[in-house]
Design a binder for this molecule. Structure first.
Ligand code: HEM
Length: 132
């Protein structure tokens, strides 16, 4: 199953995709978040030995996934969240570290309060598919 459309959670008429600044806004967020994750002492192991090509591929898939879920008219060609992360052994503690980085990135990008809530709510809705 693909992600639910989390743009619809908001009270605003505009999709979350638009409120985040469209494609460029999502790219900006992913480029802020991904280096934080890969450079993290606890989480870095998940991306070890994936190479520049693997990281570039994941970056683009993450952009497509988030744009699509936020209400942008992009097609996501990656795997669903369960299939992608199964067997990685992602723990509660990894999840806390991950969401801490998302929060810090949203602060850094001065994302507004409603959008922040929508993004964090959407990420949280995926937890059951990712944490083992
Ligand atoms: C602690 C949390 C997480 C960790 C450690 C993690 C780790 C990873 C890693 C290592 C990959 C690369 C897989 C590969 O190249 O085969 C990946 C792919 C991906 N992740 Fe995560 N992830 C986490 C949470 C999330 C969340 C919350 C989302 C959605 C917002 C997400 C979306 C994706 C997408 C779209 C891909 C690419 C899918 C594909 O390869 O087909 N991940 N993740």
């Amino acid at each position: 199953m693909l992600a639910p459309n989390f743009g619809e959670i908001s009270m605003s008429d505009k999709s979350l995709y638009e409120r985040l600044g469209g494609y460029d806004g999502v790219v900006g967020a992913v480029d802020d978040i991904l280096p934080r994750l890969i450079g993290d002492a606890q989480l870095g192991k998940f991306w070890q030995n994936r190479g520049q090509d693997g990281i570039a591929r994941e970056r683009q898939l993450l952009i497509d996934f988030l744009c699509n879920a936020a209400g942008g008219s992009l097609y996501y060609t990656g795997r669903d969240m369960t299939l992608t992360h199964v067997g990685m052994g992602i723990s509660e503690s990894d999840w806390s570290a991950f969401t801490g980085h998302i929060s810090a990135a949203l602060d850094n990008l001065s994302v507004g309060e409603p959008e922040r809530g929508d993004v964090l709510g959407f990420i949280e809705s995926l937890k059951g598919e990712i944490v083992e």
